[in-house]
Design a binder for this molecule. Sequence first.
Ligand SMILES: [Zn+2]
Length: 249
Amino acid sequence: MGLKESEKIRYNRQMMIKGWGEGAQLKIKAAKVAVVGLGGLGSPASLYLAAAGVGHLRLIDCDTVDLSNLNRQVLHWSSDLGRAKVESAAMKLTQLNPDIVVDPVNEALTVDNVAQLLTGIDVVVDGLDNLQSRLLVNEACVCLGIPYIYGAVYGMEGFLTTIVPGKGPCLRCIYPSASAPSETFPVLGATPGVVASLEAAEALKLITGLGRPAIGRLVVCDVELMRFDEVTIKKDEGCPVCARQKPIR
Ligand SMILES: [Zn+2]
């Protein structure tokens, strides 16, 4: 199965990137990506993934759109107040790219459904807002052998790392527990915009096999001082999650 003529035009500018071409675009078309959380991170991340032609996008969130979301959750607009975030997101993403399948799942991720919701997914993109949920997704991804792009923000600071089971540390290696309770924290909308764009790029790099993913590197972005730094992160040899790792395909 090749690309339609309209797809060749739609994706022309990215297919011009060295090493990309029709082969990489077909891999993107065949890919299934899950975006967990459709807020400040998940909104721009899913926009770029849909625009890039990811063939199947599973959107997982159980929230509805609130007025206090709109400074950063750019897929949701004033006319969406009260609507389920996955429905609001699916509507916009389908309009942006009718050639892809958008699969909204209006459910909370729990220890009971996380494995089922992520089975068959090629890459998971983090749009969550608390460490507890991230550690849940991390564990499921490590056990299922699915790469997980971690992204997080606080105020004007952003963080990103790419977790590929068997190829580097997992989130539990870095954060042994979620001690801090989840609470409302400050966010300038542009900060998750930056991190989410990087998350989408990392997902597309993994799918196509192009570039050097941020495995074993925590990228720290300080928007206030406009600095990007990276911290080397190592696998914890005693990590109970990594011990359950399934070899990557
Ligand atoms: Zn680990």
